[in-house]
Design a protein around this ligand. Structure first.
Ligand SMILES: [Zn+2]
Length: 369
C-alpha cells in the first residue's frame, strides 16, 4: 500500500517502479513489533475479543487506526500504544498471532531479512509477564526460522531476528531485566538491545551500566538517537555515543561535533522517511529529509519503516519514495539494500545471495543494475 501524503507527482527514474521495489530483496532493520501489526490483523483480534465480551470500549481498528494515521505526531504517538494497541495485544495468543502476521506482511513485501524489536510487556489481568511475552515472540520467530531452513529456496522466505528494547521510562533494575532476558535468548534469535520510547522522558545516563554490560557480553546495540530536540542535548548524545552503539535510529537533531564522530566511526544509520515526515519529526517534505545529507557520507544506511501499521508505508514504498525524491536509479536502490545488509546484526548471507541473483536478473532485463 503506498504511503498516504508522502508521494510526490515527481517523475520516477524510468526503470524504477512498484514492481521493481517490491521484487528487490530488502533488509528491514528498524521495525517495532507492536507498531508493525496491520489494521486487518488488529481488526480480527478486536472482533474475536468483542465476541467474548472483551475490549468493548475500544473502537474498531479499521476506523481508529485510519484516523490516527492521518493525524499522528510525535506527541500523540506514544499514548496510542498504551491506550489502544497494547489493549488488543494483551495476552500470549494475541502477541503470537501479531508476530506471525507481521512476519508474513514483511515477507509479502519482498523483505528477506528482518530484525523485529519489542519492549518486554506484562499484563496482570491475562497473566502475561515480561518473560512470557518475550518467550512467546521468540518461539514464533524460532518456529518460523526453523521452517525457513527447510524451504529457503522458496520465493517468500524471510530470515527473522529479535532485538529487545529498553524503554526510556524504565529504572536501571527494569533495564537490567531486559538485558538478562536478551542474554538468555542470545543462542536463539536475539541479536541485540535497543533504547526507545518517548524521547521526552528519562535520563539516558541511567542506562550506561546496562549498555556497557551488553557491549562486554557481545550483544549488538542500537539506539533511538536525537529524535527530537528534547533528546538531543550535547550531553545526552555524548553519553549514548560513549556506549559505542553499532547502529543509530533516526539521527535527526544532531550537532556538527556529533555528526563528525558518527562519520568517523561509520556508524550504521536506520533512517525512516515516511515515519519522520508524517509524525512531524522533520520539517518539510520527504525531499528535505536528512537521508540526503547522510547519503553523501560513508555511513551505511538502512531505509526502515519504524511502524508500518501506523504509517502505512511498507519498506518497498520507502525505497520507491527514495527513488522519487532523491533521484535514485535501480543500481542505487540495489546498493542501498546492500548497505542495509552490511549492518545487519544477524546472518544476512541469504539476503546477499538473493540480491546477487536479483541484480543478475535485472541486468539481463536491461534495468541497468
Ligand atoms: Zn523506532
Amino acid at each position: 500500500m503506498p504511503a498516504t501524503g508522502c508521494r510526490s507527482a515527481g517523475a520516477l527514474p524510468q526503470t524504477v517502479d512498484e514492481a521493481f521495489v517490491k521484487a528487490l530483496p530488502k533488509a528491514e532493520l528498524h521495525a517495532h513489533l507492536s507498531g508493525s501489526v496491520s489494521m486487518k490483523t488488529l481488526h480480527g483480534m478486536w472482533s474475536r475479543k468483542r465476541a467474548s465480551g472483551r475490549c468493548l470500549k475500544l473502537l474498531d481498528p479499521l476506523q481508529a487506526m485510519l484516523s490516527i494515521a492521518e493525524s499522528v505526531d510525535i506527541i500523540s504517538f506514544f499514548p496510542l500504544f498504551d491506550q489502544y494497541i497494547y489493549q488488543l495485544l494483551d495476552d500470549i495468543e494475541s502477541v503470537q498471532e501479531a508476530t506471525r502476521s507481521v512476519i508474513r506482511d514483511f515477507a509479502t513485501d519482498g523483505v528477506k531479512y528482518l530484525e523485529l524489536r519489542t519492549t518486554p510487556r506484562e499484563h496482570a489481568q491475562t497473566g502475561m509477564t515480561k518473560a512470557s511475552y518475550v518467550h512467546a515472540v521468540h518461539e514464533v520467530i524460532q518456529t518460523h526460522n526453523n521452517s525457513y531452513d527447510v524451504v529457503c529456496e522458496q520465493s517468500h522466505d524471510i530470515k527473522v531476528y529479535l532485538i529487545l528494547s529498553i524503554d526510556r521510562k524504565m529504572t536501571l533494575e527494569q533495564a537490567n531485566e531486559v538485558l538478562d532476558l536478551a542474554m538468555t535468548l542470545r543462542t536463539g534469535c536475539v541479536v541485540g538491545i535497543d533504547l526507545s520510547g518517548n524521547p521526552a522522558r528519562g535520563d539516558v545516563e541511567t542506562f550506561t551500566p546496562v549498555f556497557r554490560r551488553a557491549k562486554t557480553e557481545g550483544l549488538h546495540i542500537t539506539v533511538h538517537f536525537a529524535e527530537v530536540l528534547a533528546s538531543a542535548t550535547q550531553r545526552e548524545l555524548e553519553v549514548i555515543l560513549s556506549w559505542e552503539p553499532d547502529r543509530l535510529g533516526h539521527v535527526i537533531c544532531t550537532s556538527e561535533d556529533v555528526e563528525r564522530t558518527i562519520k568517523e566511526r561509520r556508524t550504521g544509520l536506520e533512517l525512516c522517511l515516511s515515519c519522520n515526515v508524517l509524525a512531524k519529526m522533520t520539517e518539510g517534505s520527504i525531499a528535505d529529509h536528512h537521508f540526503r545529507k547522510w547519503r553523501m557520507t560513508s555511513c551505511p544506511i538502512a531505509l526502515s519503516t519504524d511502524d508500518v501499521g501506523i504509517f502505512q508505508s511498507p519498506l518497498s514504498n520507502e525505497y520507491l519514495l527514495a527513488a522519487q525524491h532523491f533521484e535514485l536509479g535501480p543500481q542505487d536502490l540495489v546498493a542501498l539494500s546492500k548497505s542495509a545488509a552490511s549492518i545487519a546484526f544477524g546472518d544476512s548471507q541469504s539476503l546477499r545471495a538473493s540480491l546477487k541473483t536479483f541484480e543478475t536478473y535485472f541486468q539481463a532485463q536491461g534495468y541497468g543494475c
